[in-house]
Design a protein around this ligand. Sequence first.
Ligand code: UDP
Length: 327
Amino acid sequence: MKVLVVGGAGYIGSHVVHAFLSAGHDVTVFDNLSSGQLINLVPGTGFIAGDIRHPDDLDAAFSRGFDAFVHLAAFKAVGESMSEPEKYSVNNLSGTINILNAACAHGCKRMVFSSSAAIFGSPQYLPIDEAHPANPESYYGFTKLEIERILAWYDRIRGLRFAALRYFNAAGYDPDGTVLGLESNPQNLLPIIMEVAMGWRKELQIFGNDYDTRDGTCVRDYVHVSDLARAHVLALETIDREDESLTVNLGSETGITVTEMLETAREVTGVEIPARYVDRRPGDPSELYATSAHAKKRIGWEAELSDCKTLISSTWDVYRKHQTAEK
Ligand code: UDP
């Protein structure tokens, strides 16, 4: 298929591009490079510089004729979404509507949408399945949920078939070393641990050690980004074959605590990685993990690379390549 990957120069997007190319699809990236980077562009991909806030950019892109698109162009910082919601309204909500309108106007009616576990809020039960109530606790999570609802209407009215993929905690790098871009000012646990290991940050602050978990720190479901990327290909091929939309949670079914991640990172890197306990971060649920039973049944997917060691070693390999880079 001829696939447009909107946001394809970002961390997850570039892995998605790689997965589609490996599966034999023809890929073009659309990105404004606000957080995406040209270094992430996989050789063999087309590139369109454009912004989802500008309908003309999208019209020009979709006029090239695509069979399907993947939409990953979103701001994703939970904290920022609570202090600057306008940014999230304009980019995540209006920008997505611009994409849908341009795609439908040009007859491109197959899409994969990067949704998030943030739509659920604090878990009412574990593991989280697709039927779990959605009560987002951040404006970011709200934008993702709202888009899922808009997609259901475009499906009904315009015949747009979508796969909404609710990522749990994306982590890791392509083990083949095809993606090299580092996120600047990362907010997530593993890249922060890596920056401490590199000496770019003084210490890891562990947000709370008094949770009711096996070691007192929060449990999350980390999924290798290459596993997530593969799910996009499977999901698109499924909706195209069945002509029916789908929504799945993408988790590894394995909860890892912050301390376990840190200890394994010390082991893998051989670096001490200074860390200190600080207060809980507001809004952090103690445990979050998914069941992937539905993803397995619906698109034939399950995590294969999402064990703690592979997550860390694949990330450390990329950071080490940047050893000489100025920070
Ligand atoms: N975390 C931490 N220190 C950090 C960043 C994250 O202790 O500097 C913890 C955070 O409280 C959570 C887990 O690591 O329990 C994963 O956080 P992240 O921000 O990566 O993802 P989230 O689960 O919030 O989507």
